[in-house]
Write a protein that binds this ligand. Sequence first.
Ligand code: DAT
Ligand code: MG
Length: 140
Amino acid sequence: MAIQRTFSIIKPDATKRNLTGAINAKFEEAGLRIVAQKRIRMTTAQAETFYAVHSERPFFGELVEFMTSEPVVVQVLEGEDAIAKNREVMGATNPAEAAEGTIRKEFALSIGENSVHGSDAPETAAIEIAQFFAGNEIVG
Ligand code: DAT
Ligand code: MG
């Protein structure tokens, strides 16, 4: 597998509980390099665009409200097979189903407030990275 980049978000439930460093340690222990990172307050428009694929789901309004409720940390992670590796370190969407040692198992509060986002495919990773980072903000 080649070196890939993936887009990551440390979500409001985690920034609020001061877990940014603990979550970054999990990424780095797994061999993922943080090649871009910034703390932002996501706007409603940004959250609606980012989660547009879920706009018809019953939890969409709640999801947008949550993502804009506190600061988030947006990141680009780089490494061998980074997309799959990041999903593995994150664990299942629902923390009740997440494997031992994963970020969501250790830190997530619920299926909605689940501490992290990670891209699910190379195409979505490229779109998501471009939504939040200019090329010169990513330093590999
Ligand atoms: P993932 O974040 O693991 O890629 P997803 O893309 O299916 O999961 O959903 C995006 C986010 O939407 C998820 O991280 C939390 C929220 N979400 C998903 N399913 C939900 C549900 N049944 N109830 C509340 N929020 C949900
Ligand atoms: Mg997803």
